[in-house]
Design a protein around this ligand. Structure first.
Ligand SMILES: NC(=O)c1ccc[n+]([C@@H]2O[C@H](COP(=O)([O-])OP(=O)(O)OC[C@H]3O[C@@H](n4cnc5c(N)ncnc54)[C@H](OP(=O)(O)O)[C@@H]3O)[C@@H](O)[C@H]2O)c1
Length: 239
């Protein structure tokens, strides 16, 4: 039975992925701060197939909780970092900017390093996937720390992809870049909105295929490409 750990699995994309992985017969380890959501998911599934850990990825003890979760699940084959926040920071709210960076970048960095080290020590195939964003492709004024933190994620994941090969380790790395997915985070965004089940299905398929990078849905590749090419003068008028 494949063992999948999803950091940030109490709602939205992470929760849906957890459900789909369970339907595929995987054992799932879920984390988040919402204890009720973790308990509800655990109760819906047979004993021994789900493990949970309630912790805040911004806190220093995240690594301890993460390793307890791996132990509870009896191992880990796939690691998915899905935890994230993305709120408008129109007046450049310092607390919001720092908090966004701590969740999306610092928490991601620490747990992803630990996942890589876990797989390296096991000497068995492992897979690391990060849920970044199409927003990673450009800096934007609406939520600067969100775009910057996602750029960090995507860049770091590419670095790990190269490192696994350089070290000859059987670790696969996938950078997932969704466009707008219909969760509470995307409220108000109706442009090419991807239903949550479809997004989860495509993410799981990209991981299974060992893709280095995947846009969710595929058509968002075009937006990523346009964003990278767009002159700053035009982008500043559009955002
Ligand atoms: N929805 C979109 O349009 C979209 C587009 C591109 C990328 N993404 C990315 O997809 C990922 C999932 O987003 P979503 O749309 O599914 O939003 P969501 O429903 O708000 O899910 C966010 C998840 O992150 C967890 N989380 C947030 N802060 C945390 C913290 N400090 N400690 C631990 N867990 C924390 C939440 O758990 P708790 O609340 O229980 O802590 C929740 O499980 C995010 O990284 C987001 O940036 C989303």
């Amino acid at each position: 039975m494949q063992k999948v750990i999803i950091i940030g699995g109490t709602s939205g994309i992470g929760l849906e992925m957890a459900g789909q992985y369970r339907q595929m017969g995987c054992a799932v380890g879920l984390s988040g701060r919402n204890q009720n959501a973790l308990e509800a998911f655990q109760q819906e599934h047979p004993a021994g197939t789900v493990a949970t850990a309630c912790f805040d990825v911004q806190q220093e003890d995240r690594g301890t909780h993460f390793h307890q979760l791996i132990e509870q699940l009896g191992g880990m084959d796939i690691f998915v970092y899905c935890a994230g926040i993305g709120k408008p920071s129109r007046t450049l709210d310092r607390n919001l900017e720092l908090s966004t960076f701590q969740t999306n970048a610092t928490g991601f960095l620490d747990l992803t390093i630990q996942a890589f080290q876990y797989f390296a020590e096991q000497g068995q195939p492992g897979h690391i996937a990060g849920i970044s964003s199409v927003a990673s492709n450009r800096g934007m004024q609406a939520a600067p720390a969100y775009n910057a933190s996602k750029a960090f994620m995507s860049n770091y994941l590419e670095g790990l992809w190269f490192k696994a090969r350089k070290l000859g380790l059987p670790i696969q790395v996938t950078d997932i870049q969704p466009g707008f997915v219909a969760t509470k985070m995307a409220q108000g965004n109706l442009f090419w909105l991807v239903p949550v089940p479809k997004a989860a299905q495509q993410i799981i398929a990209a991981i299974a295929a060992g893709r280095k990078k995947a846009y969710i849905s595929r058509r968002w590749r075009l937006i990523a490409w346009l964003l990278r090419l767009m002159p700053s003068s035009l982008l500043s008028r559009m955002t």
